[in-house]
Design a protein around this ligand. Structure first.
Ligand SMILES: [Zn+2]
Length: 687
């Protein structure tokens, strides 16, 4: 075999230093052919009367894992070491991959086979097999595989139409933004704006053959103007441009109005959900999530509103008092930033020297050792894709290896932005041989420069802890079936539990002492800075909470209350939600839904509540450590055993109960957000 991707598919760590773009397509073709043959073999065994989970399902797990091992290095290199040739090979492969996935999802005979096997595996089986079957059957049904032919045809049409309309929603938004610009010649109006942004605007003007400054409508520009521009009129101008994007309001061009498209998207989602047996799209969305019903989510969000409104009102009053006049929507960010500076006087640049990456990483590894007994050992012999990338063997307290970890910390032009954890290799024991899990932990920190290490902001420290939380979830799994091990099969509204949980540690004075050390003097973060940092954490916690809940309630209700044939009530419903939730004013021209990509562009439809849901879980899980001691190995052992080890094999509500001894409670999140919960207002949300 001279294709390193096919070698990776067969087992072992990928030879990252010898994978070439020309390996990608042949490897995928060979792997898909092998998988199609494996599926055919399983189906023919079933036709011949063979039965049982081990005989019929494990070969399919094996096939899924083979494809994952082959494709994972390609996806990874595409994200961190992109080249035009690789991108071209990658894009050529996507349709083949999609075709294969549809083929499997729509295979009725395969669905019947899973149904038959499911009938033979008892609900009491706890190794994940039962859950694997339940998830597979659920996903088959949600994809419409069991429908009569005519309805199935319609379901597929709807899915295709939805994909097109959601993409058009995004396109309209981009076109609306591209259509707007503001040419400014009066330097006095630019007071307060950051220098880097002004440079960009001056370059844009001169590129367009103009004097002065030219502003385009993009998020960094919008945020910078609303936060920093002293000129109230300039802030109002940008606010109107942003809040009316792709709507029926000026200055957005009428040709890119998303109004009708939103109605169509809601109608199609409702019809698809009804075809596969749900009362509305919100119920369809919740079928794969931890939350069990629309009512449960709505009660959950409304309980958070009730607990947060007073604090938010107080924060708004404080801000208005500070500004000295009534606040308009375009004043909020501006005065908030000024007030934040006044109260905490904390500048990111002041903190960075105390967080050199090597020191933070040593501290984080030490924390992971204290909590779980794990040790990370660098192995320089393992092939990587860039000189700064590294591989670590992860050893358990008894010295046995539990997995591996690749790290890639620094930003580069050929690397995607952001930070993430990715499943490089899944834990698997299908034929008695154990395959250890391996993770990618990727960030985009500034590289070391001029003889000093990479210096992190506290936000970046949080990011690193967050991704380490996902990493441990992936590496500490004890489940032998890849599709329900680690983060696989974990419901979307719970998958951020282990990651956000890990962030909690990066706020503790004793952990800050472990992970900080001035890059010149070695001095840990001074106590006064620790205090100010911790105080800044809860700034405007009530208002931020309500803003997220406003989005979440709107998203949930617009999908749950949709009535076919009627008006989709987008703006009236938003007004209703705002009246019940918001403490800050909204402009009459504001068309927030028309730019709400999270839900109308896809992904988060009837799922935006997941952010808050997972935050309640992670805050409450972390509170166990606050109660028992943040470096106490006892809650850590419980957390590892009940939550991290079970991956997606166990109902997450049950897992949480087992860890905490009770259902999740909103009290910890309210406390971490600086909101004082009223007595008796801390009921369980998942009871
Ligand atoms: Zn995350």
């Amino acid at each position: 075999m001279d294709n390193p991707l096919l070698e990776a598919a067969a087992g072992g760590l990928p030879a990252f230093d010898s994978i070439r773009p020309e390996h990608v397509e042949p490897a995928l073709e060979a792997t898909l052919a092998a998988n199609r043959a494996a599926i055919e073999q399983v189906l023919s065994n079933a036709r011949a009367g063979k039965t049982g989970f081990e005989t019929l399902i494990l070969p399919l797990e094996e096939a899924g894992d083979r494809l994952h091992r082959m494709w994972s290095p390609v996806g990874h290199l595409h994200a961190v070491a992109n080249t035009p040739a690789l991108r071209e090979a990658f894009n050529r492969c996507l349709p083949q991959l999609a075709r294969y996935q549809t083929e499997v999802a729509q295979n009725v005979e395969l669905y019947r086979l899973f149904e038959a096997v499911a009938g033979t595996v008892p609900a009491t089986r706890t190794d994940g097999a039962r859950r694997l079957l339940d998830h597979a059957l659920r996903d088959f049904r949600l994809a419409g595989v069991a429908l009569p032919d005519e309805q199935k045809q319609r379901f597929m049409e709807i899915m295709e139409a939805l994909a097109g309309k959601q993409a058009l929603f995004e396109q309209n938004l981009l076109d609306a933004m591209a259509a707007w610009s503001h040419h400014e010649t009066d330097a006095a109006r630019l007071a307060g704006l950051p220098g880097r942004m002004l440079e960009r605007a001056a370059q844009a003007a001169s590129a367009a053959g103009k004097a002065g400054w030219l502003f385009h409508l993009d998020q960094p520009t919008y945020v910078a103007v609303l936060t920093h521009a002293e000129d109230r009129g300039l802030r109002a101008l940008l606010h109107r441009a942003w809040a009316t994007r792709a709507s029926d309001q000026t200055p957005s061009p009428a040709a890119v109005d998303n109004s009708l498209l939103m109605d169509e998207i809601l109608a199609l989602r409702h019809e698809a959900a009804a075809l596969v047996g749900f009362a509305n799209f919100a119920e369809y969305s919740l079928a794969t999530k931890m939350a069990s019903s629309v009512q449960e989510v709505r009660d959950f969000l409304e309980r958070l509103v009730a607990a947060s409104r007073e604090a938010a009102g107080r924060e708004f009053g404080e801000l208005e008092g500070f500004a000295g006049h009534a606040l308009e929507p375009w004043d909020m960010a501006f005065y908030s930033e000024k007030l934040r500076q006044r109260k905490f006087a904390i500048a990111e640049e002041e903190l960075r020297p105390y967080f050199p990456l090597p020191r933070v990483l040593d501290g984080l590894f030490a924390l992971v050792h204290r909590l779980y007994g794990l040790r990370l050992e660098a192995d320089e012999a393992v092939a990587v894709w860039h000189p700064s990338a590294r591989y670590f063997r992860v050893l358990d307290a008894d010295g046995h290896q539990v997995g591996g970890l690749y790290t890639d910390f620094y930003t580069r032009p050929e690397k995607r932005s952001g930070a993430w954890m990715d499943d490089a290799i899944s834990r698997k024991r299908l034929d008695g041989r154990l395959q250890l899990p391996v993770a990618h932990l990727v960030c985009n920190f500034a590289p070391p420069a001029a003889g000093r290490p990479s210096l992190l902001s506290h936000d970046e420290v949080l990011t690193l802890f967050h991704e380490m939380g996902h990493t441990l979830h992936h590496l500490l799994t004890r489940i032998d079936y890849p599709s329900v091990g680690g983060i696989s099969g974990v419901p979307w509204d719970a998958v951020e539990l282990p990651s956000q949980f890990m962030e909690g540690f990066a706020w503790e004075p004793e952990i800050l002492a472990m992970i900080s050390g001035h890059h010149e003097s070695g001095e840990p973060l001074p106590a006064a800075l620790v205090e100010r940092l911790r105080a800044s954490r809860v700034f405007q916690g009530g208002m931020q909470m309500l803003r997220q809940i406003e989005f979440a309630l709107f998203d949930l209700r617009i999908h749950a209350e949709y009535a076919p044939g009627g008006d989709s009530r987008i703006m009236p419903l938003l007004a209703e939600v705002r009246k019940a939730v918001a403490v800050v004013p909204a402009a009459p021209y504001d068309r927030f839904p028309h730019g709400f990509s999270h839900i109308f562009g896809g992904g988060y439809a009837a799922g935006y509540y997941s952010y808050k849901w997972a935050e309640v879980l992670s805050a409450d899980a972390y509170a166990a450590f606050e109660e028992e001691g943040v470096l106490n190995p006892a809650p850590a052992a419980r957390f590892r055993h009940e939550i991290l080890e079970v991956g997606g094999s166990r109902d997450i509500g049950e897992a949480f109960m087992a860890f905490r001894g009770r259902a999740p409670d909103i009290a910890a999140l309210l406390r971490h957000s600086g909101i004082t919960a009223a007595a008796g207002d801390t009921g369980n949300h998942a009871a």
